[in-house]
Design a protein around this ligand. Structure first.
Ligand code: NIG
Ligand code: FE
Length: 412
């Protein structure tokens, strides 16, 4: 694979020598190098520095000051070709790490969009068999091949908007056959996508109509039929539950997560979106990697998260599209929590995977600074999907999944 030398980078932003999740006020730690170059080998960040100092010498033989070469010299120390790219003063950032999406779905739910404009709430639509159940009906009728094509196009769409790692959930199947169909689609995305993909099993997204009056029978199906098959085929990395009034209770959530843990799936939970449902407490109890949404989080939940390693993932796109209040992000940072940002791309509550918009909403509506929002959407997002050592910052050895923006006066 040829090496790439990128020069005349206006600002190289998001540099870290040590990679770790950023807790509390460390969320604003941000290093930016003006007028920089970067060398990429085998798709990974190999070296970077300032244009004023060492760029050509360093690309030849890192650390050796007597090995500088002239501008025409374009082979690296291993003798392979180096392609040069003039970034023309671009701002270069680590790509977004979107740790919460539902991009495998069969179609849009635009009628519900209109219903919401006319005054129906997300919960009312769901209670009448719309929402997640609507998506499940459509998905059951859609062949795996078509689902794959649609999801792959959405993934490419997200990449074009700067996403460089993505987590994808099942949860529109709600039957063994359809949940496995979704997870197999995600497995193919994992194999074929040029960016890291992580798979989450969300069989406990809603109760299918047939189980409305027999909730335990559906939970048994998730635990006793779906989970063993998913483990046998190695189809998921994480387990998720929609802990919410009208969906799964706190004890049910904990039970499902523990069953997932026994099969090697770490929990990432939908918590406190519409109500204070106990989702945060459940997440902390099962040592979830993340609890996501948190639109209705209170002081009690913040205190509960304080002593834990669980990441608080905010999805301001969902609050925007559902016209809901935003989580108290500032108070959460000040309380020392680890905050991540993700899109929640899905056909109901957030029909967009645009992480630039998510970062803007985090600044405008939740009062995070640009540095905090970018960290939450890159390095902390990476840790919230288990790829923190691979992507999410400008660090030697990490994948060179980058965003190039046109020259701008500053990060803000
Ligand atoms: O994260 N709230 C639960 N699940 C998704 C929405 C699912 C849907 O409406 O299709 C969410 O918002
Ligand atoms: Fe979601």
């Amino acid at each position: 694979m040829e090496s790439l030398l990128i020069h005349h980078i206006g600002q190289l932003a998001g540099i870290r020598t040590q990679s770790r999740p950023l807790k509390g006020n460390c969320l604003s730690d941000f290093l930016c190098l003006e007028n920089a170059w970067m060398l990429i080998r085998e798709g990974r960040i190999s070296a970077f520095g300032s244009m004023e100092e060492d760029w050509r010498g360093a690309t030849h033989d890192p650390g050796a000051s007597d090995s500088r070469r002239g501008p025409g010299d374009t082979s690296d120390q291993a003798g392979g070709p180096i392609r040069e790219i003039d970034a023309g003063g671009a701002l270069v950032l680590p790509a977004w790490c979107d740790s919460h999406t539902h991009i495998v779905f069969a179609g849009s739910r635009e009628q519900e969009f209109v219903d919401k404009i006319k005054g129906k709430s997300y919960a009312e639509i769901a209670a009448k068999g719309g929402g997640i159940l609507n998506s499940a009906r459509k998905l059951a009728e859609t062949p795996e091949e078509d689902l794959y094509d649609m999801a792959y196009n959405r993934l490419l769409e997200c990449m074009r908007m700067g996403t460089g790692a993505i987590e994808i959930k099942s949860g529109y199947g709600l039957s063994t056959e359809a949940e496995l169909k979704m997870l197999r689609v995600i497995r193919r995305l994992k194999q074929n996508a040029p960016i890291p993909v992580r798979a989450t099993f969300l069989g406990a997204h809603a109760f299918p109509v047939a189980f409305k009056n027999n909730r335990n029978a559906y939970i048994d199906l998730v635990l006793e039929e779906m989970l063993p098959l998913i483990e046998a085929e190695g189809l998921a990395d994480y387990i998720d539950v929609f802990c919410e009034e009208g969906f799964f209770t706190q004890p049910e959530t904990e039970r499902i997560c523990r069953a997932g843990l026994e099969r090697g799936l770490i929990p990432k939970i939908h918590a406190n979106q519409l109500n204070r449902s106990g989702g945060v407490q459940a997440g902390v109890a099962v040592e979830a990697l993340s609890v996501d949404h948190l639109e209705t989080i209170g002081q009690e939940e913040i205190a509960c998260l304080q002593g834990s390693a669980t990441i608080a993932t905010l999805l301001p796109g969902a609050a925007f599209f559902l016209r809901m209040g935003y989580p108290p992000a500032r108070a959460m940072v000040d309380a020392g929590l680890t905050l991540a940002l993700a899109s929640d791309y899905n056909p109901g509550s957030c029909p967009s995977g645009n992480m630039n918009f998510v970062v803007a909403l985090a600044c405008i509506q939740m009062k995070l600074t640009p540095e905090e929002a970018i960290n939450a959407a890159t390095i902390n997002g990476a840790y919230a999907m288990g790829v923190g050592q691979e992507v999410g910052s400008i660090t030697e050895g990490k994948k060179a999944n980058l965003i190039f923006m046109r020259p701008v006066p500053s990060l803000a």
